[in-house]
Design a protein around this ligand. Structure first.
Ligand SMILES: [Zn+2]
Length: 95
């Protein structure tokens, strides 16, 4: 068994990264949008605040998936930033 890295492109910064290091957003074949797993058209995004914000502003996930998307998807990804698995030097702003 070889762990061959599968590279995917972030929809925001367009860098290629190992699929395991990206968030996956799926437009489900049965309708709706899911994160991480599911069958359908997929888009990938770095787990990074800058990429998330860019994607949100420019509606990159919607474009990549060719569908409308509730902001709740971006909110769900944003909440993941509060629990980072890797340190990226960013701190959530307190209001
Ligand atoms: Zn990115």
């Amino acid at each position: 068994m070889s762990a061959r890295p599968v590279l995917r492109r972030c929809v925001a910064c367009r860098c290629l990264r190992d699929r395991d290091q990206l968030w996956r957003v799926i437009r489900l074949a049965v309708g709706g949008v899911a994160l991480d797993r599911g069958f359908g058209r997929s888009a990938y995004l770095c787990p990074d605040a800058a990429c998330l914000e860019d994607a949100r502003k420019r509606r990159r996930l919607q474009r990549a998936l060719r569908c409308n998307m509730d902001d709740v998807v971006y909110q769900a990804l944003e909440s993941r930033l509060q629990h980072p698995r890797q340190s990226c030097g960013r701190v959530a702003e307190a209001r």
